[in-house]
Design a protein around this ligand. Structure first.
Ligand code: AOY
Length: 458
């Protein structure tokens, strides 16, 4: 369906080839985060877009005909579509895109306001192609923003674990519940994989598939048996105890998560889990994870910890915080975003409960409650060559200084551990590497390296 690169762009870009100065030979553009909610970003997703959309022969006569027909109807004008430009790529380049793309290695953590990727045409006749690709390439904002947010969540939870529990348990502290809440399967795949850079728990199965197919990771994420409301409420209100007992019977060992707020989450914790099923839970070789799913999360989580603590007992850990017995834990998956997680952790710790007792499920908050301006990602031209002369190109709108763009050919260097975006001609090793040239993906990334680059030092 969406496999025609000629049509994977904004409509107006079809008209741009006539808008550059005459004799333009090169358009050089770059991608950056112009600031945002967090002051450093994880770069992620480019290899997926390169391999899936841009590699190999992507221009064919058939695709040109399809685009010509589409554009004639779409613009109500059959003179706008640049048939000659595309046929040039088909005949002179065998249908492979004559552009070079350089980028920071995926998983790199870079402060905002630095160059992350550059794009330039490699054939002067194809000056118009660089920014034709902007629309598709800028979609890496999404994977990068999810990876960035997920990593900030990791910092937040790690801080709580350092204070009150065990930081080594971090991998499964934030589970991706977001598949149903994203606007497309492709977004789920990209965002789901982005989260798995930082954590190992996910119900967004397609994130694992993307990591497998494009990043050579056999299995990036893991899950466990868990109930949903339908499987609990089918037993009827009077059957709530049987529903829970059945969960313990069906999954006699290991982790099992049970949503417990179908009727009265406090009563469920007190008399069902905490009395009638108490012995079975304590005898179980595994962990029951109680999942509340409604109410104001900081309050509900604390109340549940208190009830479970009364019923199952609690011990004081080395840091002086309470822990439930290892057979019982809590997962909060409703209403989770960055701020709510902070509030929950602060609230339970203020009441002397260790962060060891809780994990989080994050759905729309992780994969959908963010946008390109969360980190203000943008792609701008910074140099052109016209008639053999290189010119710096920039914008500097007096109506918003934050939208000013950089000038010239750029590189990213590190000096004394600090990142700097400098002119390409300056001294220093460029951290940007050529990942794509003339239809070929030159560097493939693997998940192990990506995770290593994005790691958070404990
Ligand atoms: N999954 C941990 C494993 C997954 C889920 C997925 C929407 C899980 C629930 C759980 O424990 O409770 C999508 C809501 C929940």
């Amino acid at each position: 369906m969406f496999d025609n690169i000629l049509l994977l762009t904004d409509s107006y870009k079809a008209s741009h080839y006539r808008q550059y100065p005459p004799k333009t030979e090169k358009v050089y553009s770059y991608f950056e985060s112009r600031g945002g909610k967090f002051d450093e970003v994880v770069f992620f997703g480019l290899n997926y877009y390169l391999q899936h959309y841009l590699s190999g022969v992507v221009v064919t006569q058939q695709k040109i005909e399809e685009a010509a027909t589409f554009c004639a109807a779409h613009f109500g004008d059959d003179s706008l579509f640049y048939r000659e430009g595309w046929e040039y790529i088909l005949h002179q380049h065998g249908g492979r895109l004559p552009v070079s793309i350089q980028a920071v290695p995926e998983g790199s953590v870079v402060p905002t306001h630095h160059v992350l990727m550059t794009v330039e045409n490699t054939d002067p006749a194809c000056y118009w192609l660089t920014n034709y690709l902007e629309t598709l390439l800028v979609q890496v904002w999404y994977g990068s923003t999810v990876a960035t947010l997920s990593r900030e969540m990791k910092k937040l939870i790690l801080k709580a674990l350092r204070e009150s529990g065990d930081p080594d348990a971090i991998d499964f502290k934030l589970h991706d519940f977001g598949f149903r809440g994203v606007s497309s399967v492709e977004s789920a795949a990209v965002g789901g994989a982005a989260h798995l850079i930082n954590f190992k728990g996910s119900d967004t199965l397609v994130g694992c598939l993307l990591a497998q197919k494009y990043y050579a990771e056999a299995m990036a994420g893991f899950s466990i048996p868990a109930s949903e409301h339908s499987t609990m409420t089918s037993w009827g209100r009077a059957g709530e105890l049987d529903a829970y007992a059945n969960m313990l019977e069906q999954y006699p060992t290991g982790l099992v998560a049970v949503v417990s707020d179908s009727y009265d989450v406090y009563a469920a914790c007190e008399s069902l889990w905490g009395e009638k099923l108490r012995e079975r839970i304590l005898q179980r070789d595994g962990t029951l994870v109680v999942r509340p799913d409604s109410g104001y999360p900081p309050e509900v989580v604390l109340n549940i910890l208190n009830i479970l603590g009364q019923k199952f007992g609690r011990s004081l850990n080395a840091q002086g915080f309470f822990e439930l017995p290892p057979q019982v834990r809590v997962i909060q998956g409703d209403g989770i975003d960055y701020e709510m997680t902070q509030d929950i952790l602060q609230h339970i710790q203020e009441h002397q409960w260790s962060a060891n007792n809780i994990s989080f499920g994050m759905g729309g908050g992780l994969l959908q409650k963010l946008h390109r301006d969360t980190q203000k990602f943008a792609f701008k031209c910074s140099q052109v060559v016209v008639n053999g002369q290189a010119r710096d190109v920039f914008k500097q709108p007096m109506t918003d200084q934050g939208k000013a763009s950089k000038k010239g050919r750029l590189k990213l260097i590190q000096r004394q551990g600090q990142y700097h975006t400098v002119a390409e001609a300056e001294a220093g090793d460029d951290l940007l590497r050529e990942v794509f040239c003339d239809g070929e993906v030159l560097l493939k990334e693997n998940f192990t390296n990506i995770r290593q680059r994005a790691r958070v030092s404990i």
